[in-house]
Each structure stands twice: as structure tokens, then as C-alpha cells.
Design a protein around this ligand. Structure first.
Ligand code: SAH
Ligand code: SF4
Length: 363
């Protein structure tokens, strides 16, 4: 039996085993790991896919992450905020389509007006969709009491990527100031857990200066933090950002894509019951990216519901896909491609993280 097969027979891996598995060559060994990701998914959470309608509420952001196209310092970004009625229209669409769940994502804003804005939207969405949609927020770092208020107003999941667990690397992709601190991000993740959320985090894959050992460390971090959900995807350069200056150091796109799939498969093998998103960034690097993500072990996709006129302005990175497909079209084409690869879309279901449910049932 090959070394890879021997390692894959184990239930869990330590950091050096994860490094070994992430270092396999393209072709046979890579495919072997991806197949195992799918096999573990089939056994644990089943070949089921949950849809989260993504609403990109605003591209206004007070932060300046070096990699991100909507960072405050990008003068080229044309700023927008959806009206409450536009948000409600997206929510109703998701509800009528039977999506079961929404994600509201924003740049990072702070202060009472923003806290209230989100609170009000959460209550309105619930009241106008008979509380049949579960809502995930992805609105960055906030004080613990704001996280609690949003939870009380009806958000049940929160996504806050750590971006990279290598603190030194984190410091090279963020400004060195009080607004961009790795420790604060960890504290925010802990506060989210305390507030009662299903907690999701994630990383970018293929950042300039990132190593395979860093990525193995990221997978270990997810295990140590016992997270409920992970969304991770390839880093994709954006021309109007400081990190673009290091574009020549990047792994080729197909390599970033392959490693991203390996990360998904190894995460599924190591945390069988969590929710794992097949990120939009995967689709940017490969037109079949989301399907391949699902076949490596992911079980969540996030069709974009943001009105088309605003979607072009929420450009985190270059070549973001589906910029001009309206929500109905995206939903239709998505459901047919998902069925075509043998996965079942679960309509009208919240798709809670089974990892979270099991932890809270046992505790
Ligand atoms: N402001 C919130 C949510 C919006 S950004 C936050 O930062 O948490 C959501 C995610 O987009 C970030 O966590 C980051 O991982 C990802 N992202 C930003 N720029 C990117 C890029 N150039 N390539 C790939 N992912 C990127
Ligand atoms: Fe703002 Fe999030 Fe982009 Fe950072 S990653 S600049 S916090 S939107």
C-alpha cells in the first residue's frame, strides 16, 4: 500500500501528515485524496448540498487589507449600500426558491448606526419570510455586545475568516495598525462562539509568501478551534491593491486551485461533520470550480443574489464570476450543474452545521 493510502486510512492527521498530504504531485495522488474527501462526505453528511443566498449589502469598508479590492484606500471602487427594500427583495427571492438560508456580507463598518442597520434588517427579513430562512452574517470584527445583539435579532451563523493562521504572514498582508490585529480576530472568533453562533472561519490559499506548512497549520487551527463551518478559497490578485505588487511570486492559478481542492478534501477527512463552502473564488480559477469543490468534500454553495447593478462593484478580486447573471438565472444553472454531478440540493432546509448540533447535543 502506498504511503498516501496508508495516511488516508487514518481518521485524523497531525500537522506533519497534513503537510505530506498537501505536498502530493498532481495526478494520481491528488485524485486519490480528493476521492477520499468525497467518500468521507458521503458517509458523514451525505451527498447533499445546502444553498445560501448571498447578499452583498455594502462595499463600504473602513479597513485596508492589502489583498482586497473593496479596501477603504481603493479610490477606484464605486461605493454602494443596498436599500432595505432591495435586501428584502433578495430575501423573498431566496425564500420563494426554497433556499432555506441567507448570507449577508459587508465591508467592515463600525458604530451604532451600522449595528442598528443590521439588527433592523434581520428582524424585517424574519418577519417577512415567516422566520423560515436561517441567516448567516459576515460583517467583520465587531464588539462582543454587537455580536450578541445580532444573534438576538435572529442571526444564527457568522463567518469571519482568520485569513491565515501564520501570524507573521498575516502581518505582511495587513497594515501594521490597531485595526488589523491577528489577536483581535482570534478574540472575535471566541466572542462569536460565546454569543451562541455556529462559527465559521477560513483562509486564503496561495497568498504570496505562504507555504504548504502554513496551510497544514491552518487545517490544524480549524480543528483546535473546533469550528462549525469553513469557507476557504484561492487568493486572487486584484490590480488596485498593494498586494498586487507581489503577483509575480504567486503559484500559477491551476496550482492554487489544486491546493485549494486538497485543502477541502483534507478538511472534510479531518472534520467530517462541519459545513464546508465551495467558494466563489474557486469558480474564478476554473469554470467547474464549485462542482469540483463539492466533489472534494464541500457541501455548501452560495449563489449570489446581489442585484446585478451592484454586483460589479463588490469586487474583492479580479475576474469575479457571474457578474451579469441575474439571481434567477444563476439559481437555475446552479441547480442543474449540481444535480448533474450526483449531488442532491436540499431545498427548504436550514442546513445547520451537524458538527455544531452534535457538540450541543452531547454537551
Ligand atoms: N469584510 C468582511 C467580509 C467581506 S470580505 C471580512 O473581511 O470578514 C470576505 C472575504 O473575502 C475575506 O475574508 C477574504 O478572505 C476574501 N477576500 C478578500 N480579498 C480577496 C482576494 N483578493 N482573493 C480571495 N479572497 C479574498
Ligand atoms: Fe474590508 Fe473585509 Fe476587504 Fe478587509 S477583507 S478590506 S475588512 S471587506
Amino acid at each position: 500500500m502506498s504511503l498516501i493510502d496508508q495516511l488516508l486510512k487514518k481518521d485524523g492527521h497531525d500537522v506533519s501528515e497534513l503537510s505530506q498530504l498537501l505536498s502530493v504531485a498532481p495526478g494520481h495522488d491528488t485524485n486519490r485524496i480528493l476521492q477520499q474527501g468525497l467518500a468521507v462526505k458521503a458517509e458523514s453528511v451525505g451527498r447533499k448540498v445546502y444553498l445560501r443566498g448571498l447578499i452583498e449589502l455594502t462595499n463600504r469598508c473602513r479597513k485596508n487589507c492589502y489583498y482586497c479590492g473593496i479596501r477603504a484606500g481603493n479610490q477606484h471602487a464605486e461605493r454602494y449600500t443596498l436599500t432595505d427594500d432591495e435586501v428584502l427583495e433578495c430575501a423573498r427571492f431566496a425564500w420563494e426558491q426554497g433556499f432555506g438560508s441567507l448570507v449577508i456580507q459587508t465591508g467592515e463598518l463600525s458604530g451604532e448606526a451600522f449595528a442598528r442597520h443590521i439588527e433592523k434588517l434581520l428582524r424585517r427579513i424574519h418577519s417577512e419570510t415567516q422566520s423560515e430562512l436561517t441567516i448567516t452574517l459576515s460583517c467583520g470584527e465587531q464588539p462582543a455586545d454587537v455580536y450578541r445583539r445580532w444573534f438576538d435579532a435572529g442571526a444564527s451563523r457568522y463567518l469571519l475568516r482568520i485569513e491565515t493562521t501564520n501570524r507573521k504572514l498575516f502581518e505582511t498582508i495587513h497594515p501594521n495598525d490597531r485595526d488589523h490585529r491577528w489577536d483581535d480576530r482570534i478574540e472575535a472568533l471566541q466572542n462569536l462562539r460565546l454569543a451562541g453562533y455556529q462559527v465559521g472561519t477560513g483562509v486564503m490559499i496561495g497568498l504570496p509568501g505562504q507555504t504548504i506548512d502554513d496551510l497544514a497549520g491552518d487545517l490544524m487551527f480549524f480543528k483546535h478551534m473546533d469550528v462549525d463551518m469553513v469557507g476557504m478559497g484561492p487568493y486572487i490578485e486584484h490590480a488596485h491593491t498593494p498586494l498586487y505588487a507581489r503577483a509575480s511570486e504567486l503559484w500559477p492559478p491551476e496550482e492554487r486551485f489544486r491546493i485549494a481542492l486538497l485543502m477541502i478534501a483534507l478538511l472534510r477527512i479531518n472534520m467530517p461533520f462541519i459545513n464546508i463552502a465551495a467558494s466563489t473564488a474557486l469558480e474564478t480559477l476554473d469554470p467547474l470550480g464549485r462542482q469540483k469543490g463539492l466533489l472534494a468534500g464541500a457541501n455548501v454553495v452560495m449563489p449570489n443574489l446581489t442585484p446585478v447593478k451592484n454586483r460589479k462593484k463588490y469586487l474583492l478580486y479580479n475576474n469575479k464570476p457571474n457578474l451579469d447573471k441575474d439571481a434567477a438565472l444563476s439559481a437555475q444553472s446552479l441547480s442543474s450543474v449540481i444535480s448533474a454531478i450526483g449531488e442532491e440540493i436540499c431545498y427548504h432546509q436550514p442546513g445547520n452545521s451537524q458538527h455544531f448540533v452534535r457538540r450541543n447535543t452531547i454537551a
